[in-house]
Design a protein around this ligand. Structure first.
Ligand SMILES: [Zn+2]
Length: 75
């Protein structure tokens, strides 16, 4: 999957978005979508990305398109 999005003013791939959420490299991105919510920090648009940081783990993360805010379902 290679759907590019603009995040904090830069065009990023789905994989790069997952890496921004994870803070590390990821193996694979499953899905990327618009989240039905606004950023708690700035009210900006939020993206949801489901990815595999390793073969045994599937994580759903959320990332604001306008600021540094992100969160995963691990939290
Ligand atoms: Zn934000």
């Amino acid at each position: 999957m290679s759907e590019n999005r603009v995040v904090q003013g830069r065009m990023v791939t789905a994989k790069k978005l997952a890496e921004l959420v994870e803070g590390d490299s990821v193996m694979e991105v499953d899905t990327i979508a618009e989240a039905d919510e606004s950023c708690p920090e700035c009210g900006g648009n939020v993206l949801t990305v489901t990815y595999m940081p390793s073969v045994t783990e599937l994580v759903t993360g959320r990332k604001c398109q306008d600021c540094d805010w992100s969160e995963t379902d691990r939290d």
